[in-house]
Design a protein around this ligand. Structure first.
Ligand code: ADP
Ligand code: MG
Length: 587
């Protein structure tokens, strides 16, 4: 068959398949155009998940008659004035969205440029455009797309239920709305509001506050109430945004948003960097909520990787990753012992008077009767009663220990409420942080066992432990082979105190089996130290003296990240006096 140049309708239809793969993609392109046109208000309406109709109206700059005629042509754009593909300041630049959209549905555009006497309208059906007509419309542009994919039944068959399509479309609008808190967004479907993002109110003068308001309208109030601000700059790359406390977490990463120069992007780099920053605080299957905004010099990033412009490539991705990990860790460390309010809200919920007695402890209680000495934390030297002075003292937000209940929880009185601490979870966190610190400072102190202890295992487990013995020694555990199926332990980390060596070594063997041979234990410090720390911690079921309880509280205050255990569970919950009064109907 002879080679021929394809007619433009076919070219457009092929390209359209890339740009407009589903209604959400058309919605995204149209809203981006409205943002680029400088709109202050954008309204999106859908019918049948966008397959029936998509209407996007804006109050932006509008187009002249001639601009309108050109706009629907392929590769027609007003956004690359100097043919400069490097310094792209707008969301659009490829000049193909309207042409593509016109190839996959019935397109009607009305537009009114400021100072023009009236509006103009035009239609594109099956890739064929009509002559422009005078029309009635206030300043701005209204784009209507009907019967999406009516000409490509094959594509139509791939569409999901309208509900699924409209939630994808809403997701696209929300992502853009997060990056533009000054613009008022409304999205409806058949009169039902899918999303509302009111423009930031005037009294929210600071930029971060306005943005957090908008983030709350997309990610929920919980997020705004439990978010930490992030701000850092490295080599001209600026990172701002908000991240959730570790105790506010989810089963998937859907609530992690990244924006590059105002453009929502999906990027593996982000997920990897976020995981690395939170790895000390969350189990591997839990995910934090984050919204991060990168401002990158245009020549440091390529946005022209994919027709939908959803992917970017950084010139120096190591720099970006380092910036994210560093800034997030810093923000989390600053948060100190803060645990999310959702935790106390949930606790309050289960405290409601008259509710069924469905109270479940925050962690399963461990067997009673452990009586090991409290390793590594000493009673305060202050005289008894001194702790009482810490009530009302801002320096001691966790207050003064009042009682221990069920040999598991410490109840403390604070300036304006009370705190319940899970003694095991809290102490585990303290030991873990201390081990990490010790490692950084050049090694974990070891303590020789009076009687070396032999631990019987299976052959594979014994071999795995012995193979890792050099690394384990660095972590403070000295062991060697003892016959084919056992090891002998000679020294343990001093931090752990008198610990159950048998249990510790078995757990470590399991841990190492799970981690596989490829990873060094140092890389997996989190898990290994976690296992060690757990064994060195005050058990639930151990009675604590007053001094020991207060010492634990003071150490929590002084230790970064002590608001959650190594698995993202809280180590304490706080109830404000006001909440307690509410429970009793005093307020
Ligand atoms: P691109 O956005 O990549 O330039 P499009 O096909 O989306 O390509 O749009 C083509 C041109 O039409 C834009 O460059 C812009 O000049 C004009 N345009 C599109 N939508 C609007 C709008 N809502 N308001 C004003 N001008 C618009
Ligand atoms: Mg565009």
């Amino acid at each position: 068959m002879p080679i021929r140049l394809l007619p433009p309708e076919i070219v457009n239809r092929i390209a359209a398949g890339e740009v407009v793969e589903r209604p959400a993609a058309a919605v995204k392109e149209l809203v981006e155009n409205a943002i680029d046109a400088g709109a202050r208000r954008i309204e999106v309406t859908l019918r049948e998940g966008g397959l029936g109709a998509i209407v996007v109206s804006d109050d932006g700059a509008g187009m002249s008659r001639d601009e309108l005629v050109l706009a629907v042509e392929r590769h027609a754009t007003s956004k690359l004035p100097d043919d400069d593909l490097v310094n792209i300041a707008t969301l659009g630049f490829r000049g193909e969205a309207l042409a593509s959209i016109g190839a996959v549905g019935r397109l009607a555009i009305a537009t009114h440029r400021q100072n023009d006497p009236h509006a103009w309208s035009l239609t594109v059906v099956g890739g064929v455009k009509s002559a422009p007509q005078p029309a009635a419309l206030g300043q701005g542009t209204r784009v209507e797309l009907n019967d999406l994919f009516h000409a490509t039944p094959a594509r139509l068959k791939f569409m999901r239920k309208p509900g699924t399509e409209s939630s994808h479309a809403a997701d696209a609008v929300k992502r853009l709305a997060m990056a533009y808190p000054d613009i008022d967004f409304t999205m409806t479907e058949d009169g039902r509001v899918l999303f509302r993002g009111p423009a930031a109110s005037r009294d929210l003068l600071d930029e971060a506050g306005a943005r957090l308001e908008r983030l709350a309208s997309v990610m929920g109030r919980d997020f705004a109430d439990n978010a930490l601000a992030v701000s850092a700059t490295r080599e001209g790359v600026r990172l701002t945004g908000h991240i959730g406390l570790p105790t506010l977490n989810r089963g998937n990463a859907a609530q992690q948003y990244l924006f590059v120069n105002g453009r929502p992007v999906r990027d593996r780099l982000l997920q990897g960097a976020v995981r690395a920053a939170y790895q000390d605080f969350l189990a591997r299957d839990r995910h934090p909520l984050v919204a991060l905004f990168l401002d990158v010099p245009p020549d440091e990033v390529d946005v022209n990787v994919h027709p939908a412009k959803a992917e970017v490539r950084f010139r120096d991705s190591g720099l970006v990753r380092g910036l994210i990990v560093g800034a997030l860790r810093h923000a989390l460390a600053e948060a100190g012992h803060r645990a999310s309010t959702t935790v106390s809200a949930a606790a309050l919920g289960s405290f409601r008077p008259g509710a069924a007695p469905s109270y479940t402890p925050l962690r399963p209680s461990l067997p009673r009767g452990f009586a090991e000495p409290l390793a590594g934390f000493e009673s305060p030297s202050a005289p008894p009663g001194a702790a009482t002075e810490s009530i009302g003292n801002k320096a001691h937000p966790l207050g003064a220990a009042r009682a221990q209940v069920h040999e598991t929880y410490i109840v403390a009185q604070t300036a304006d409420g009370l705190v319940i601490v899970d003694q095991h979870a809290a102490h585990e966190r303290l030991v873990y942080e201390r081990m990490k610190q010790a490692l950084e400072d050049g090694g974990v102190q070891r303590q020789g066992l009076l009687l070396p202890e032999v631990v019987e295992l299976d052959e594979a487990a014994a071999r795995r432990l012995v193979e890792r013995s050099t690394e384990l020694k660095e972590l403070g555990l000295v062991l060697e082979s003892f016959g084919p199926a056992s090891v002998v332990v000679r020294e343990v980390p001093a931090l752990l105190g008198a610990t159950d060596v048998q249990g510790l070594v078995r757990d470590l063997a399991d841990e190492i089996a799970e981690l596989g041979a490829a990873l060094s234990l140092k890389e997996r410090l989190e898990e290994v130290c976690g296992t060690l720390a757990c064994h060195g911690s005050v058990r639930a079921g151990r009675r604590l003296a007053q001094g020991e309880m207060d010492a634990l509280l003071r150490q929590m205050e002084a230790t970064p990240h002590s608001g959650q255990c190594n698995h993202g569970r809280p180590t304490y919950v706080e109830l404000k006096l006001a909440d307690i009064e509410r429970l009793f109907g005093r307020r």
